[in-house]
Write a protein that binds this ligand. Sequence first.
Ligand code: ATP
Length: 326
Amino acid sequence: MAHKIAVIGGDGIGPEVVAEALKVVRAAGVELETTDFDLGGARYLADGTVLPDDVLDELRAFDAILLGAVGTPEVPPGVIERGLLLKMRFALDQFVNQRPFLLPEKDIDFIVIRENTEGTYAGEGGFLRKGTPQEIATQGSVNTRHGVERVVRYAFELAQSRPRKHLTLVHKTNVLTFSGDLWQRTFDDVAAEFPDVTTAYNHVDAACIYFVQDPQRYDVIVTDNLFGDILTDLGGAVSGGIGFASSGNLDPTRQAPSMFEPVHGSAPDIAGQAKANPIAAILSAALMLDLLGEGDAAERIRKACASATDLTASTPEIGDAVVAAL
Ligand code: ATP
C-alpha cells in the first residue's frame, strides 16, 4: 500500500530539495501517493493565506508531511514561523523534535530530542504599555509534568534501542531552578524505568563546549524547546553543515501525522540556481520512512547519502548520485 504524503515544497530552495527527496524515496522502492500543498511565504504574499484551519484538517488525513522550507525575505518575521510551522506543531501535537547528527569519519553519531510544544515557545506572555518608553514584554517558559515526561520517556526509549544506551539531559538547572527542577525530577523518575540506560546531565553552556570539542561523548540528548533549537544548529555546524541537517517533528502516538523537514531555510540567495544541497531533505525523508515502518529503505538511503559527497554537483545531480548509490 502506498503511503499518503502531504508535500509542502514551500519557498526558495524548498521545492528543489523536496523533489530530490521524493525521487530518492521512490528509487528506494517505497510507494508514495503525494498531494502538494501550496503554502509558505509566496502564498502569503499572493493572497494572505498562511495555514487555514480547513487545510490543517485536511493534513490530518495523511500518513506524514514532508516540507522543504518556508519563508521569504518580504514576509515580516514571525508570520510564517508562528502562523504555519508552530501552528502545525501545536495543532498536531508533534511534541518531539528529533534531529540526528552523523559524521562517521569523526565518530559523531548522536540524536537530539527537543521538546517541541512548550517552554518559551508556548506563546505565554505579552506586552504592557507597548510602544511607550515604559513598555514591558514578558515571555514565560511553560513546563508541564505531562509535556516533560512524555518527551523524556520517548528519549529513554530511543536510547534503549541504540547500541550505547546512553541519555544526557541538557538544561540549566543551577539558574532555572523552577523549570530545571521539574525537568531533573521527571528525568530521574523515568530513568528508574530504564535501568539499562546510562545517564548524564550537562548544563547547556557546558554542552556547547562539548558539542565543539568532544561531540563523540553523546548518544541521545533530551532538552527543552529553546535550548534544543540552539543546540541543534550547533550540532549541524559541527557535523557536516546545514546542508546535511535533517529533522522530524513527531507525534509518536501516531494520532496525527508527523512532519519532516531539513533544518535549513529557504536560502533565497541560492534559490533557482540548482546550488542547494538536497541531502538534508533526503535524510529527513529517511526519518519519515523510519516512522512509516520502512526502516530498511531508510537505512539504505542513509548509506547512499554517505557515499554521495560530491557537493560541487548540482541539486539534481546530487539526487541522481544518491539514487545510483542505493
Ligand atoms: P531561516 O530563518 O529560514 O532558517 P536563513 O536565511 O537564516 O533562513 P537559510 O535559509 O538556511 O537560513 O540559509 C543560511 C545560509 O545557508 C545561506 O547562505 C544559504 O545559502 C545556505 N544554505 C541553506 N541551506 C542550504 C543548502 N541546502 N545547500 C546549500 N546551502 C544552503
